[in-house]
Design a binder for this molecule. Sequence first.
Ligand SMILES: Nc1ncnc2c1ncn2[C@@H]1O[C@H](COP(=O)(O)OP(=O)(O)OP(=O)(O)O)[C@@H](O)[C@H]1O
Length: 591
Amino acid sequence: MNFQVNLQGVIDLLSNHLYSDPGVFIRELLQNGVDAITARKRLGHSFEEKVKAEIFPSSHTLSFQDNGCGLTESGIEQFLARIGSTTKKDNLDASDDFIGQFGVGLLSCFVVSDEIVLITRSALEGDSLEWRGKPDGTYQIKKLKKDVSVGTTVYLKAKPEYEEYFEFYRVRELLQKFGEFLAAPIYLIEEKYEQRINESLPPWRMDKEAAMTYVEDATYNKPLDIIPLRSILGGVEGVAHILPFAVSLQDEKKHKVYLKNMLLSDKMNNILPPWAFFVNGILNTDSLRPTASREAFQENDLFFTVRDELGECIKSHLIGLAEQNPELFKRIILVHYASIKAMAVEDEELYALFIRHLNFETSYGTMDMAAITSLHSSILLTPTLDEFRQISRVAKSQELMVINGGYVHDFELVRKVASVMEHVKLTVLDILEFSNRFEPLGREEQMDVQPFLELSDRLLMKYQCQSLIRWFEPADLPVLYNTNQEVNFFKLAEESEKEANALFTDIVHVIRTELYEKPYARLCYNYNNQIVRKAIASNDIRIQQVCIELFYTQSLLMGNHPLGPEELRLMNDSLLEFMNMGLDRANGADL
Ligand SMILES: Nc1ncnc2c1ncn2[C@@H]1O[C@H](COP(=O)(O)OP(=O)(O)OP(=O)(O)O)[C@@H](O)[C@H]1O
């Protein structure tokens, strides 16, 4: 028992739903013509290969002629009159040369025409034959009295709604689009006018300059560079042109892909790896298999291997460029900077390729990762911009390389730098521990300063600040105040608690006391600084107290930290007191 097939339905399905654009019938006719020429060449015949499309405007008819192998009567019965039958599939070797392989391509003609008339004479035997096929699945074959030359001519008369697809400019556009790089010469004829369609070399056979011009003419944009693409396994040759403008990572990619020199798709988005968003590819393959709609490739193992190989071509070109033409390389990075950074976070390959050339803000100024790591193999990274600002000046004086991880993506990018630059030691900085890196005082000196530090701790405890003392540069900086978001949160919570209503107070209280251990900011005195030394050496506790309060409030101001109401009051009081003391002394001196 066999399934009953509704032929009309199958034809409707294939012809109207398989293809995205009615214009693909030109592609299918071209492909059959070129395949027939390939088949005849295989027979060892010598002939001048040629494909001719002719328009008869008054009858809205198109003829499509090739001087390929033609069809015998049994060939017609077997391949043309049977959907899904093809001369190009059974023999695996053969399918390597032919573009078609499904045996459904000719049906696309039924989208634009109610009848296919095919006149053919086989290169193998003599009869000239006419085949007439209808979309209801019926057909007739008859022998022609007058012989035609070897090859095949297909006649199509436009359905009224598709007449525009049979006009000269439209046919020419479609022939050029699909057949521009086919080897067999293609001609378009209308009445006395004849035009050769395909004379230019494909861009993958051009030298670099010519390929640049080709892309510029086709896209109205001069590419930044041309990258040759090759895959032996996928029989791929092509070029990737680097886009001269920034593109969003979300944009659909539009790679132009040819199968055996005939355009398969000009919107293929996955033939290059996703990280290669900054290029558009134009490439030809002999080995990848198309889907039946002929608008994409079958995504099999070979497809993904080829994609990786093409990715390697792009990578090695860029690596070479970074050495041989660093200016151009920098321009490419500059144009695509934001997307390269965003993509490098996700994609290891892109990361490894670009990380050395990405710029970061550091305690030594803005520089690229190559320069950063050539200066220092030990790198500190701050998670926030605020933390970076607190220490960048001191870090430089201490000869510490600190990178600001506060800008978008920078933290993630820098954090994994050791994965590609093994000599680099990266530490995410705990800002509260930063001053512990400075040189400690000797034992005796430490004993001398202890009472002063204890006084400082007592005074600043209520501002959640602990004191320590170290030697550090620059000497003109008396104290370094370091805080983080957690400390700031607790300070804020404490202030809110004083002012808020009972319920909120309870909540804040629970968070503060039960969930966390109370964190402290750090005020690090600089033993290198003369004023600090003097304050420590003073015997007057009152003066020491005012100095501590002023060191503290001044360090908040210098670091752009917000001053709470109590801190403002403290600053105010200690300043007035300081003035008072100064005035007393001055007046005393006058006396
Ligand atoms: N111009 C031609 N010359 C010789 N044989 C042809 C020609 N056009 C079609 N044929 C024969 O008709 C068969 C069916 O053609 P059709 O275009 O439907 O499918 P195909 O080219 O084999 O595969 P695909 O569906 O991938 O295009 C071909 O395999 C070939 O044998």
